[in-house]
Design a protein around this ligand. Structure first.
Ligand code: ASP
Length: 331
């Protein structure tokens, strides 16, 4: 029997057209039907529009609504493909990896660098790869791009223009397409460890800051005054932060004592944090920051939003953050 696949369109370049104010989503699934059917292979394809947004306009409430929609539909299809703008795609794929706990079908997110109506675009190839993965029967949340499939919580946009815009960070690709077809590395797919459950809450009181020489601790203080409950800091190298001329780490400690959760990762795209090596990292570990280890920035941030949406209990937050939930972290 043919696999039943649903494509949900949220917008992005793949569905864009040139408008008066620049390139913007303008095609609905009906307009893209012909192209999508060309790449649907031996599947029975259905399509639906969810929204038509440049992904810069995607907000956490959209993640929650999308997770709910997928949850409602997950027993009616063998797989679901989500078309999404590439700019915030990795944030969405990371958050869906947390919200769709133990999802029972493949959910594959894709997009493109050129509109599907452009004859030289990557759009049809990316949809072909996504549909093929969605028909694979392998459950999980994935990103398909440039003939590669990666875990949703390991994907990151690393190029702004080229077709190889996404990479799987600190983790093997789940699948690749070559002249031998699609080869899937099943060992790279985290095992389901329970029944599906939708966990679509999140906290909006989470912020992400990137360390730079000259950063002032008053920035942290103002976040605390505004009621932020979680801060993800992209620190230097393997996780260093200043304490000599400006005692940034001292202010981090004050915030932790006020009940704010601070996670520290690295601004280096590869290999992650290891904060027990230098004094600039160890001091921060000793005052109780959490480490992002080898997570992507997108996963580290959305994991914090997701956990703070579930609980305000500080030891529960620490416990949840320190375990691997969807394949996002290897300690
Ligand atoms: N600005 C677009 C978006 O993220 C870029 C893309 O889709 O490639 O929606």
């Amino acid at each position: 029997m043919k696999r039943k696949i649903l494509i949900i369109n949220t917008g992005g370049t793949l569905s864009s057209v040139m408008k008066e104010n620049g390139l913007a989503p303008g095609l609905n699934t009906h307009d893209m039907e012909k192209e999508l059917h060309i790449v649907s292979g031996d599947t029975s394809l259905e399509i639906e529009d969810f929204c038509a947004l440049d992904s810069a306009n995607i907000f956490p409430e959209d993640w929650s609504l999308l997770a709910r929609r997928i949850s409602e539909l997950r027993n009616s299809y063998d797989g679901i493909v989500v078309i999404h703008g590439t700019d915030t795609l990795a944030y969405t794929s990371s958050m869906l990896s947390f919200m769709l706990q133990n999802v029972n079908i493949p959910v594959v997110i894709t997009g493109s660098q050129l509109s599907i109506k452009d004859p030289i675009a990557d759009a049809m190839e990316n949809c072909r790869c996504a549909i093929h993965m969605a028909a694979s029967g392998i459950p999980g949340v994935f990103v398909a791009f440039n003939r590669k499939v990666m875990l949703g919580c390991r994907a990151s946009k690393v190029r702004s223009m080229s077709f190889d815009a996404f990479e799987s960070i600190n983790y093997p690709y789940v699948a690749q397409i070559s002249s031998l077809g699609m080869s899937i590395d099943e060992k790279a797919v985290p095992a389901r460890n329970g029944v599906f459950h939708l966990a679509d809450s999140y906290s909006t009181k989470v912020c992400m800051i990137r360390m730079f020489p000259g950063i002032h601790r008053s920035l942290l203080e103002s976040l605390a005054e505004q009621g932020y409950k979680g801060i993800y800091i992209e620190a230097y190298g393997i996780g260093g932060m200043p304490f000599v001329k400006h005692d940034f780490i001292g202010t981090v400690e004050k915030l932790i004592n006020q009940g704010i959760t601070i996670v520290v990762g690295t601004q280096c795209p590869y290999e992650g944090s290891k904060m027990d090596v230098y004094e600039t990292g160890r001091r921060a570990l000793e005052i109780g920051v959490l480490q992002a280890h080898d997570m992507t920035g997108e996963a580290a941030l959305t994991k914090l939003m997701w956990i703070l949406g579930m609980t305000e209990n500080l030891s529960e937050i620490r416990d949840y953050y320190s375990i691997n939930i969807a394949g996002e972290m290897r300690v």
